[in-house]
Design a protein around this ligand. Structure first.
Ligand SMILES: Cc1cc2nc3c(=O)[nH]c(=O)nc-3n(C[C@H](O)[C@H](O)[C@H](O)COP(=O)(O)OP(=O)(O)OC[C@H]3O[C@@H](n4cnc5c(N)ncnc54)[C@H](O)[C@@H]3O)c2cc1C
Length: 386
């Protein structure tokens, strides 16, 4: 038999994040979202709750928990707001995890304590203006060793958490040579914020995730010490494949939260809103819509739990992570559309959370691998290759 019940510690964490999202995030996020402000105060509080260090051992300033705990926190935050959830997801999944998994002992001791405390943020620069899907083929950013330093030239696009006042470091994937088989040798190099030659462009104007911090980055003769290489030279490709597999489970959990948030909001609204002499929740057309939304959120949760369980057991989880991300991002998108419909005209108003959910859902089908990429990965795992 398979047990789908959270242990006491995980359930306690889930409940505390649920209460935080409801009591602290919900009352202020609408206003911050409209102004497009980064939620510094909320991030500081998430830091004090230990959420940034959840999957990191205590010796590096973490909580000694696991990735499942992080995903539970992401789901609960995204039930209320995805900008806050993606800030945590990117900070941990893309910022902290590569450092923890692949960094040298010195790098871990230097960076992880402040990152795990949420006092500083790390970002991961992989995507380039020329392409994020064929990322290795399109990579134009180059780094060469010169007098004991890496000299980096190139640019990165859409990099989350890269330009806040607390951003400490960006992991930059760059071509550092040519492999014996003629393919590019890719390595990851840690570039601290403020390094001369590293420029952060003004923030993008985005359709959604309005409180999340996203910038284009450019590097022109940017020099960092040779010791800033993350782990081993030439391991960049393997590093980001692993990082993205894990990140997909996290994005699936976040997407599930958004899908569930649509159910929560819709249930409350159909009991309150009246038409034709009674609450609109008595119309079977809307009941069926909400039933379908609940089914999608439920299936999305099962999918990410399954992927997280395989990951925790140390089993291959690439296919399950792709299935979870595809299932959950579809659920988020479909539920956001249905919830907005249930709210009628108010669904199109920024003052209601479902409008925010609608704007935030689309990116879930794009970031950390598009839906087409998930299908490619699943097909490949089934033995179908191009
Ligand atoms: C808000 C936001 C935050 C982000 N944060 C980060 C971050 O922190 N770090 C980072 O590195 N990146 C980040 N990204 C980048 C994101 O991961 C990429 O946008 C995504 O991987 C897609 O890459 P692309 O935009 O270059 O699209 P492209 O690769 O140009 O793809 C365009 C379209 O072609 C399709 N396509 C491409 N190749 C194939 C194929 N072989 N078969 C079928 N269809 C295909 C794609 O699915 C897509 O529909 C972020 C993006 C956004 C919008």
């Amino acid at each position: 038999m398979i047990g789908y019940k959270l242990g006491d510690e995980h359930e306690e964490l889930r409940k505390s994040v649920e209460a935080f999202a409801r009591d602290v995030v919900a009352p202020v996020i609408g206003d911050l979202y409209e102004k497009g402000e980064f939620p510094y105060d909320i991030v500081a509080q998430l830091g004090r709750m230990g959420l940034f260090g959840l999957p990191v051992p205590e010796e590096y300033g973490g909580m000694g928990g696991d990735y499942l705990a992080l995903c539970l926190a992401l789901e609960e935050l995204a039930r209320v707001d995805s900008s806050v959830a993606i800030t945590l997801e990117a900070a941990v999944g893309l910022g902290i995890m590569p450092l923890y998994r692949f960094g040298t002992e010195e790098q871990k001791r230097q960076w992880l304590p402040a990152l795990c405390a949420g006092e500083r943020l790390a970002a991961f620069g992989l995507t380039e203006p020329g392409g994020g899907t064929d990322v290795a083929g399109a990579m134009k950013t180059r780094a060469r060793l010169e007098d004991g330093e890496w000299v980096i030239d190139g640019s990165k696009s859409f990099i989350t958490n890269s330009g806040t006042s607390i951003t400490a470091v960006v992991g930059v994937a760059a071509v550092t040579g040519t492999r014996p088989d003629g393919r590019p040798e890719i390595s990851t190099i840690l570039v601290p914020s403020g390094t001369p030659g590293f420029t952060v462009a003004p923030k993008y104007s985005k359709v959604g995730w309005s409180c999340s911090d996203t910038h284009e980055l450019s590097f022109a003769g940017c020099r960092v010490p040779a010791a800033n290489l993350l782990g081993e030279r030439g391991r960049g490709y393997a590093q980001f494949l692993r990082t993205l597999d894990e990140g997909r489970v996290a994005i699936a959990a976040l997407s599930t939260g958004l899908a569930q948030g649509c159910v929560d909001e819709s249930l409350a609204y159909v009991r309150d809103r009246t038409a034709f002499g009674g609450p609109i929740g008595r119309f079977q057309a809307l009941q069926f819509k909400i039933a379908d939304m609940e089914v999608r959120a439920h299936n999305a949760r099962l999918a990410w739990w399954h992927a997280a369980a395989k990951m925790a057991a140390g089993e291959p989880f690439k296919k399950e992570a792709a299935i979870a991300k595809l299932t959950a991002s579809n659920a988020a998108m479909d539920n956001a559309r249905d919830a907005t419909q249930i709210f009628g005209g108010y669904g199109f108003m920024n003052e209601f959370a479902v409008g925010r959910f609608y704007r935030d859902a689309k990116i879930l089908e794009i970031g950390e691998g598009t839906s087409e990429v998930q299908r490619m990965l699943i097909a490949r795992e089934l033995g179908l290759d191009a």
